[in-house]
Design a protein around this ligand. Structure first.
Ligand code: GSH
Length: 321
């Protein structure tokens, strides 16, 4: 049996748990606080999720966890057969993991109403005096929004980005059960972990409640299943192109490239224009690495004219090539 160690509050943890549920793999879900020994034995990084395989091998980092498990247990697959939708799936997973995390983490701690609700929820689990524990959690977590690029300048842009993404997903999830058709893909797991967790907090929860198709998908993704096939790009394009162009090509990828250049140059901060707004923050190391991985995935399909046409029309190509 696999063991999946994480937390309901951790987007990457619930992402991996949903994946294990979809695969029908026998697994035990353990809260990080109940698995100290196992965690100590296997975790190389101080992060969740951690998966321990039936052969007692520890895996970390949600994307490689899923990719390695897919190699070991290919069916039911989360990979579309068509290289075009397969790359779109990887691109949207990366967008969810790396950009969607800003919605979740920043909005969780930025406004007092959210920080109060979340810190009390966390505190209720750890025992002790609720308000004292909640206050000390806020003291530790609120300043960390800088780490995902949350600040006075970027705050309205982060919130707008979640609202716009929900606005694009709503009609799309009205015609498809999952992002790429009638079965879940990497795109679903990456986006869902962040949106599900954001949705449990007051501000983002209210935004999501206005989008019933997204809400239904959030619930479906708790235990995803095969309802049919992946759709062809032609069928997905009308409702998926706007999301990719408006959010991936116009926000996430230009941000990711600027972040990676800032890391390379050893800059303390970086500033760029995103959709006519100034964005400024300290660079994030992990994201530079994952842009490299995404570009490597692109290189493997870079000769696909159909894909290049789509990436060009959605303003993504220049950042990947
Ligand atoms: N890239 C990693 C990110 C994992 C991550 O950032 N995990 C957060 C929780 S969502 C974490 O463990 N933070 C430290 C902590 O909770 O102690 C993944 O995809 O698994």
């Amino acid at each position: 049996m696999y063991q999946v160690i994480g937390s309901e509050e951790s987007p990457y943890s619930v992402k991996v748990r949903s994946y294990f549920r979809f695969k029908g793999l026998e697994h035990e879900w353990l809260d990080r606080s109940q698995a100290s020994e196992l965690y100590k034995r296997h975790a190389k990084l101080p992060l969740i999720p951690l998966v321990v395989t039936p052969k007692d091998i520890g895996l970390q980092d949600s994307t490689p966890i899923i990719e390695k498990t897919e190699s070991a247990v290919p069916d039911p697959t989360v990979y579309p057969n068509d290289p075009v939708t397969r790359f779109v799936s990887d691109l949207l997973e990366e967008f969810g993991d790396e950009w969607g995390n800003k919605w979740m983490f920043h909005m969780r701690w930025w406004k007092e109403i959210d920080a109060l609700a979340v810190s009390r929820r966390f505190a209720a689990r750890s025992g002790g005096d609720l308000e004292t524990t909640a206050a000390s959690i806020r003291e530790r977590m609120v300043p960390r929004v800088w780490f995902v690029g949350g600040n006075e300048i970027t705050a309205p842009q982060i919130e707008q980005s979640l609202d716009d993404t929900l606005g694009h997903l709503e009609p799309h999830l009205g015609v498809c059960s999952y992002v790429l058709g009638e079965r879940p893909s990497m795109a679903d797991f990456g986006l869902w972990g962040q949106i599900y967790n954001a949705g449990r907090d007051p501000t983002a929860g209210t935004m999501i409640a206005n989008n019933p198709n997204v809400q239904a998908w959030i619930e479906r993704m708790l235990s995803p299943d095969v309802k049919g096939d992946f759709e062809s790009w032609d069928n997905l394009a009308p409702t998926l192109t706007p999301l990719i162009k408006d959010q991936v090509g116009s926000l996430f990828l230009p941000w990711s490239v600027a972040n990676s250049v800032a890391i390379e140059n050893g800059d303390d901060d970086f500033t760029l224009e995103l959709k006519g707004n100034t964005w400024t923050q300290k660079p994030q190391k992990y994201h530079a690495r994952s842009l490299g991985v995404l570009r490597q995935k692109y290189r493997a399909v870079a000769d696909n004219d159909r894909l290049n046409g789509i990436l060009n029309a959605t303003a993504c190509l220049q950042y990947l090539a």
